[in-house]
Design a protein around this ligand. Structure first.
Ligand SMILES: [Zn+2]
Ligand SMILES: [Zn+2]
Ligand SMILES: [Zn+2]
Ligand SMILES: [Zn+2]
Length: 489
């Protein structure tokens, strides 16, 4: 199921367990691992039946087993699971087990993979990783969701009695649900719906907020892992399981919730967050200083201190302000003027790269983009187009800094900037606000931006969202080149 490159090795230590290291010096873009998913499943709460074979919407049930949903294009699904209900141990189980409780399908899949001698070894690699149930019990809503959507219906289905070898109890089932959730990557079905994909090897990569690899997922849910930066022999292969545009406190909160993980990577330990100052506050005592979080020798956060005048701000006052902005962001509910006024209000208190300001800017840019797509902007819209260009360009240096090397985040940032810039300069030129010479100069800038984005996406599979984005950028580049030819570029 997994295919290691010759360039990596599997090793084991107490801190990280089983993990991968570079077996030689590796170039950016080199493939490290290719893997088929162990299982793909809709989210627990998915109410729409999906084809067991291809995950499109389903309106028919497999004739042979009378249990699994199929679509009009697929006539069969996994032979082991079909036979299990058609003629094997599960043939006495009520046939509408999935129709009635579709939430169980991911866990049912895992149980049958564990039952099937052909897939059991791969599954055991996943299942042998211990889960401390007490970390989850009575915690957030996750335990309750598993209990209601999956564990209780499965316990009542009679399935446990026909799988005696697995010694299934409510706790074992909960642990399996947590393993599926905490190891899943988001994959996209052909109809655009998101699903969970579990990869045995891919999921075992340790986390680092500054990953040295890129995960590519194609339409058949295959994973390819490639190097983002040059790797030296012995370097640990890392992936990131958070959003790099979040600040340290947000990322750590998310990692604790989703993976019970305390990150102490180089970015988490650097109060300036790789020089981006994504969590820095404006000093209240001096005019030009920024305050960063002081950490003790164990990396625990304390108060905030200005790098210029050394004045301190209490951690409590910083948290209070962040909670206030966070709350205001939720309240803004997609209203453009509200976001703009939040930006004006808080830019005197936060570093311009602060993650909350970036969040507001991303919100404004996407509203402006949607408005441009629907042609709903009122005339004259040059001002709004120029605003979008400005916001997209503000985001670029941060995107570049937080994911070094080959970065999909930066590629997407460049693409957004390219689209905004082209729309603006085309309009300015059409309305004679810009000379031919200026227009040609802007098109040349746009061409450089587009080429850089294409270059960052060149290791992505053709049949993936990023592959299609590449096609889209190359169409823009053709248009730019033809205009450059026309106007003497
Ligand atoms: Zn299908
Ligand atoms: Zn079947
Ligand atoms: Zn980290
Ligand atoms: Zn100061």
């Amino acid at each position: 199921m997994q295919d290691f490159g010759e360039n990596i090795q599997q090793v084991h230590n107490d801190q990280l367990g089983r993990h991968l290291v570079a077996g030689m010096n590796i170039e950016p873009g080199d493939t490290l691992l290719e893997e088929r998913p162990l299982l793909v499943t809709p989210h627990w709460e998915c109410g729409q039946l999906k084809c067991a074979q291809c995950f499109q919407e389903s309106y028919v049930i497999c004739r042979r087993c009378q249990v699994y949903p199929l679509c009009m294009d697929c006539s069969q699904h996994d032979d082991f699971e079909c036979s299990f209900f058609a003629s094997g141990a599960g043939k006495g189980i009520c046939k509408d087990i999935l129709v009635k409780n579709y939430g169980i399908c991911g866990l049912l899949k895992l149980l049958l993979l564990l039952e099937d001698p052909a897939t059991r070894p791969d599954c055991e690699t996943l299942v042998e990783r211990p889960v401390n149930l007490d970390d989850y019990r009575d915690g957030d809503g996750m335990w309750q969701e598993h209990e209601e959507q999956v564990v209780r219906p499965l316990m009542a289905s009679g399935l446990l009695e026909v799988l005696p070898g697995q010694q299934l109890t409510s706790d074992v089932l909960h642990a399996h649900c947590i393993r599926i959730d905490s190891n899943a990557f988001e994959v996209t079905a052909r109809d655009g719906d998101t699903l969970k994909g579990v990869f045995v090897c891919g999921a075992s990569l340790p986390h680092n907020c500054v990953p040295n690899t890129v995960v590519a997922l194609d339409e058949q849910f295959n994973m390819k892992l490639y190097a983002a930066v040059p790797l030296q022999t012995g370097d640990i292969i890392y992936n990131s399981y958070t959003n790099p545009l979040m600040g340290t406190s947000q990322r750590q909160h998310q990692l604790r919730l989703s993976r019970r993980l305390d990150c102490s990577c180089s970015r988490c330990l650097d109060p300036t967050e790789m020089g981006t100052h994504m969590s820095s506050m404006k000093c209240r005592e001096c005019s030009q200083g920024y305050a960063v979080c002081e950490m003790d020798s164990e990396g625990r956060p304390g108060d905030w201190r200005c790098l210029e005048c050394q004045a301190t701000m209490s951690a409590a006052s910083v948290h209070e302000l962040l909670a206030e902005v966070g709350g205001a962001l939720v309240e803004a509910r997609g209203e453009l003027p509200v976001y703009e006024s939040l930006l004006t209000q808080y830019k005197s208190m936060l570093h311009p790269n602060h993650f909350l300001l970036l969040d507001i800017k991303q919100n404004i840019a996407s509203i402006l983009r949607a408005a441009a797509l629907m042609n709903s902007m009122e005339q004259p819209c040059k001002k709004l187009l120029a605003r979008r260009v400005e916001l997209c360009s503000d985001l670029l240096p941060v995107c570049r800094a937080v994911v070094p090397g080959i970065s999909k985040l930066y590629a997407i940032g460049l693409f957004e900037y390219l689209l905004a810039l082209i729309e603006l300069v085309e309009l300015q030129f059409a309305e004679s606000d810009m000379t031919k010479k200026e227009y040609v100069a802007q098109l040349r800038t746009a061409r450089v931006v587009g080429k850089e984005a294409m270059d960052l996406l060149r290791f992505e599979p053709e049949n993936s969202a990023e592959g299609y984005l590449s096609d889209r950028i190359s169409m823009e580049l053709e248009r730019i080149d033809s205009d450059l030819n026309k106007y003497g570029g």
